[in-house]
Write a protein that binds this ligand. Structure first.
Ligand code: ARG
Length: 493
């Protein structure tokens, strides 16, 4: 349809090669919305008359309800298909005016931005839900004592609540990032034309306001060719996915027979065609691989954008697939993680056993020696380290418990610490995994009191986010309704 100077049609193979028509179905709705707003503006600047508005909008509504009715045949993208359809249905004298003062270059990026707005809201809603799930689950697990790991080696005693809340904190930061991204996305490129604007009296502020944008983008080259918000959004998504993949990895390890700390529900466990005993954590494994795909998508987008010359190039079209795919993947991964966490069984006994048998109380013992007996920390570290070695050789189930004052005297003669063996014995006897977290004082530690405080605070924070995202959603719904009402007003005037 656009071929005013060409002597022949686009070659079929070439058309298929460069067409984005299939993926564009995802923005048909947004293209219609954007076109309606453009029609309102064209009416206000006297390019379209009332009856033309009525016919065009009537046809757009038909397409909205029957998207399969428009022919995509021979079209490079949804913008061409829609304009061709409008011209076919309303004639060249009406439909032929639809692209006045507009180019596909400002049109496509407007569509992408208004879809991204909805997508951000949706991702925030899903993040909120999973974060709430983690917090609710942590409330039931303040007493689930477990070893914490660094380098995947037992480090200190903690509890499962503290572990779960570590990820809710991370997800809260993701929510924050998305709120801030929303402001950068919500800027209108519409009216920037192909690259350098228009001599028609188009009203960019009017269309921006009607579409619910906060502002117009002030440079028409930037408006049509920048895609940095896509890098930002996909990188936010990649960061969320990386967090989900880490949770997945932990749960996969902890659901192994050797750990036995958790059991994922039967409804989330796959099995083997050969080995009847198997309960495999496949949804978590797929979350790990989807993370790889999203990171690949981010790389694809950045690599397409790198070194592009100023102004629109067709390469930009290929950012849409990895971009929208990333949004879909993160939403489904957040859903799956929510389900897995909700239904998993926490094996409190196994966690407690592992804690009781653990040397992860070592730092606590060293700190007791520091606080109670003024032993320099480095000396306490050496002392307890030597006791661990001794104790491991005794092979008792409960670490340190069988150490005698004789053993300690031996160690003391080597470490040269000015402390009586009986005090060390007392420090050791006094501590167990339960007590270990109850005497932990610092903010952010697994002390159940501290975790209860954090749960309360996080719940309030989440409620605030949930109100805020609800308000954003209502604003968008209102924008959509207002577009319909404005059109009604024009037609019934
Ligand atoms: N299908 C194109 C895209 O997705 C729309 C813009 C086409 N513009 C152009 N000058 N060919 O980016």
């Amino acid at each position: 349809m656009y071929r005013s100077r060409h002597k022949e049609d686009l070659d079929k193979r070439t058309l298929n090669f460069l067409s984005s028509i299939e993926i564009d179905d995802k923005i048909l709705y947004y293209d219609i919305l954007c076109t309606k707003v453009h029609i309102i503006m064209l009416y206000k600047i006297h390019v379209l008359e009332k009856h033309e508005v009525s016919r065009l909008v009537g046809e757009l509504n038909n397409v909205l309800h029957h998207p399969d009715k428009i022919s995509r045949e021979g079209c490079e993208d949804i913008h061409e298909a829609l304009e061709t359809h409008l011209i076919k249905k309303t004639g060249i004298n009406v439909g032929g005016k639809i692209q006045t003062g507009r180019s596909r270059n400002d049109q496509i990026i407007t569509d992408i931005r208004i879809k991204a707005r909805d997508d951000i809201i949706n991702v925030i809603i899903h993040l909120n839900r999973l974060t709430k799930q983690l917090i609710d689950k942590s409330e039931d697990n303040l007493d689930s004592i477990m070893p914490l790991y660094t380098h995947l080696q037992q480090a200190q005693i903690g509890n499962f609540a503290h572990y779960l809340l570590s990820y809710s904190e991370a997800l809260v930061r993701e929510i924050d990032r998305l709120f801030s991204l929303y402001e950068r996305v919500n800027q209108s490129p519409l009216g920037a034309g192909p690259i350098g604007g228009s001599l028609l009296p188009i009203e960019r502020n009017m269309t921006a306001k009607l579409l619910g944008f906060d502002n117009i983008m002030s440079n028409s080259i930037d408006a049509t060719s920048s895609r940095d918000f896509m890098i930002e959004f996909t990188s936010n998504i990649a960061s969320i996915m990386i967090t989900l993949s880490r949770i997945s990895e932990d749960l996969i390890i902890w659901s192994s027979h050797e750990f036995g700390f958790i059991e994922i529900s039967d409804k989330h466990a796959s099995t083997s065609s050969a080995m009847p005993q198997k309960r495999n954590p496949d949804p978590l494994e797929i979350t790990r691989s989807k993370t790889a795909i999203v990171i690949g998508n981010l790389t694809t987008i950045m690599t397409i954008l790198k070194s592009l010359p100023s102004g629109y190039s067709r390469d930009l079209q290929d950012t849409k697939v990895p971009f929208w795919n990333s949004v879909e993947l993160v939403v489904s991964s957040l859903d799956i993680m929510n389900d897995v966490i909700q239904y998993l069984t926490v094996k409190k006994d196994a966690m407690r056993r592992a804690s009781t048998e653990s040397y992860a109380v070592s730092l606590d013992i060293a700190e007791v020696l520091v606080t109670k007996y003024k032993v320099p920390f480095r000396t306490a570290h050496q002392l307890v380290g030597a006791l661990v070695n001794l104790s491991i050789n005794i092979n008792d189930e409960i670490p340190f418990k069988s150490i005698s004052s004789g053993d300690i005297r031996d160690v003391l003669s080597k470490v040269k610490a000015n402390i009586e063996p009986v005090k060390i014995i007392k420090a050791i006897r006094d501590i167990d995994s339960n007590k270990s977290i109850r005497i932990r004082n610092s903010e952010g530690s697994p002390n159940p009191k501290e975790q209860t405080r954090i749960i309360r605070k996080s719940k309030l924070q989440l409620q605030k986010y949930s109100n805020e995202v609800q308000r954003m959603k209502e604003t968008i719904d209102h924008v959509k309704m207002n577009i319909s009402n404005t059109i009604k007003g024009i037609v019934e005037e």
